[in-house]
Design a protein around this ligand. Sequence first.
Ligand SMILES: [Fe+2]
Ligand SMILES: [Fe+2]
Length: 205
Amino acid sequence: MTTTQTVNKVKFIELLRSTQRKGIEETIGMLDASGFFNAPASTKFHLNYEGGLLEHSLSVCRIAIMVRKQLIAIRPELEVKLPMDSVYLITLLHDVCKAEIYKRATKRRKNEQGYWEDYLGYDVDYSDFPAGHGEKSVIVLLQSGLELTKEEIIAIRWHMNAWDLPFQSWEATSSINAARAKTPLLGLLQAADGLSANVIEETQS
Ligand SMILES: [Fe+2]
Ligand SMILES: [Fe+2]
């Protein structure tokens, strides 16, 4: 583990503990055992290196805190609907579903001189627990013993719908619309996740 990864891990655990949420120690233990702290954030896209998922989660958290502040400046009544402990939990834990899906693999790429070369990359393997993306995150968190509010569950469950809405069934679309109406945590997580992955983070391959 690099120094940056160690610093990020300490910060991440400190923020989770600050929520004092029931089950948080068990969840931290589960994350350690699942490989969360060493996992990349993707294979080819954002932060595709060891510790990338941890870095992405902290980045989403940082952006969400900034966006939350501005939202409350515009609409002060939103403050009670965007509690800080919920913001920490949904941002830091929204992608725990990715913890064990990336497996080290030798890949091929063209180097700067135009020659093919081997490099150590990642393959994706969903076979252990193919339960979906947001769905799996929620399930593994609850299984670890973490207590989550309905609003937090909804935000984590539907955080990807900004990308895959056209493929949802009518029932899912209705549920997403109800989820948006139920909690602004969903919109906050989607915005912070999108800004982090698409604007802030860089690809390295
Ligand atoms: Fe995600
Ligand atoms: Fe994400």
